[in-house]
Design a protein around this ligand. Sequence first.
Ligand code: HAM
Length: 457
Amino acid sequence: MNSKPPQQTAAPPVEPSAEEKSAPKGIQLLRGMKDILPEDAPYWDQVTDTVRSIAAAYGFQRIETPVLEETNLFIRSVGKETDIVEKEMFSFADQSGDNVSLRPENTAGVARAYLEHGMVSLPQPVKLFYLGPFFRHNRPQAGRYRQFFQIGFEVIGEAHPIIDAQLILLAYALYRDLDLSISLQVNSVGHPDCRREYEKALVDFYRTRKNELCEDCKRRLQRNPLRLLDCKVEHCRELAADAPQIVDYLCDADRQHFMQLLEYLDSLELPYTLNPRIVRGLDYYSRTAFEIWPQEGEPGSQQELGGGGRYDYLIETLGGRPTPAAGFACGIERTVLLLKERQQAPPSPKQLDVFIAQLGDQARKKCLKLFEELRREGFSVGESLSKSGIKQQLEIANRRRARYAMILGQKELVDGTILLRDMENGIQEVVDFQKTALELRKRLERQKPNGLIPPPA
Ligand code: HAM
């Protein structure tokens, strides 16, 4: 039978109503997403600059993996029965029919890259850090978004507990350098085999209390009993306080690993707390698990800033040979929220060396070039070339904390000079236009405590 495909009739264009015409509805930000606006940028820069400097000091190299990965990567690593994989991934079939997901985290992506690029043949451990956007379709609230940024550190190829201690120290140092005090919560979740016995004990404990559990926990009891311990529902938390503790079920090797880690932490005098309820929401962890929290009682102290631990079996799960590893990640938004709560004002922008002001079209044209020449000489330069009034331009120079201003007007153009104005005392000097960089450098050097050119007597 020659059946015709249904006729696609184009719907007639819908005329906007009179109301829509007068007040068109703008396209808005998706729920749970967040714009990072210029007023927050100094805080973001403060965090990312600190991360970069700590990473360099501790010998971590940057890695960036794609935001889109095969969905199976997360199913196999994070775990099929975790909240992240069950409920929170942005997953879809792409145009080629491949099942892909926006990355909800990056330990899996980094482990994939480690294997795929043969990093196993590099000197071990391989120390990597990353900084980028992640996606989880969870219920948005302050500090919880559907796109959020993480900074993360991974050490792959070493089982020694000194690595765990160093990672915890690094997390502590990162927040100390940001002037934020944190508390560290540490636990060991043991080897998956040791955990099985513990899980049995947990199921036994909750069997008689099942009716008191929230619906999610009732489900977790069957499929992932460890997750009962970090339920946020108040009554579930109360019950968890009396539950058996995993440390009592660790095998000798795991216990020794944990004890050694604690010894290192003690020797560092870090403010850590043993917390048997830290089990983390991702399946790949073994042995050490830790979380980074704001100091208790402080604003924003209801959400953790970061977390991590060991994942000695992840690389194997993804097809590699047994390769121990550990790492952690922190949320940038939560860190920035805390910085904003604790600081009076954002870090002030860097002082400009010089601001270029101009009067008239000819001068404007010359200053367009002068800006680039001075920038290439290494000066920090400001401008507002579209403005015309000198007063207005000097106000901008002041706002941008320029140390000097250079002013090019009609007279200076004719004379081949430029005015150099000291923005602190208002004194102006005429200098040769050809020697602007030289004259500026001389003056800036004089102000340095150990300037190359001694101040005039
Ligand atoms: P995670 O605990 O799932 O661990 O996430 C780490 C941090 O990312 C959280 O502590 C939080 O600050 C931030 N974060 C997570 N979800 C959101 C959200 N929806 N909105 C805002 N911030 C969020 C991991 O992702 C592991 N990959 C950490 C790791 C690295 N373990 C070993 N290596």
